[in-house]
Design a protein around this ligand. Structure first.
Ligand code: THU
Length: 143
């Protein structure tokens, strides 16, 4: 699985975004050490504050399937028609949610943050989860 393929999986997931209120579609794709890919997209609610982010939906799907680690990379895509096209980075809550799954397996996944450049091509900024969420609180603290 190449980075480009993982990003394409995230973009595919965003096609199912339910975001009628923000009209801001987000896709997420999680890559695991057995090459499995699990995707998510944002799901909003008429009670606006109940929106679920794409990354959180993907982690919930993965953990509901029994996954408890093995997270090696994540791609997060933002929409082409919003903002300045800069790569979208996971919100603070999603960083914490991603950290739970990563820390369970002792990995520090690459987070491929993806936007859309002026020419329509992907703009990608790759950062480690530990850089997005330094000094994280996680399951190891409770063990
Ligand atoms: N959103 C995500 O899905 N992931 C993020 O990391 C940032 C924000 C969603 C939530 C909401 O549906 C829309 O983007 C606008 O905030």
């Amino acid at each position: 699985m190449t980075d480009a393929e993982l990003i394409a999986a995230a973009r595919g997931a965003a096609e199912h975004s339910y975001s009628p209120y923000s009209e801001y579609s987000v896709g997420a794709a999680l890559l695991f050490d057995d090459d499995a890919v699990i995707t998510g997209t944002n799901i909003e609610n008429a009670s606006y504050g109940l929106a679920l982010c794409a990354e959180t939906v993907a982690v919930a799907k993965a953990m509901a399937d029994g996954r408890r680690g093995g997270l090696t990379a994540v791609a997060v895509t933002g929409p082409a028609d919003k903002g300045d096209g800069a790569p979208i980075t996971p919100c603070g809550r999603c960083r914490q949610v991603l950290n739970e799954l990563a820390q369970l397996g002792g990995t520090d996944p690459d987070i491929h943050c993806v936007g859309v450049g002026e020419n329509g091509a992907d703009t990608v900024k790759t950062v480690k989860l530990s850089a997005l969420l330094p000094a994280a609180f996680g399951p190891a603290n409770l063990g």
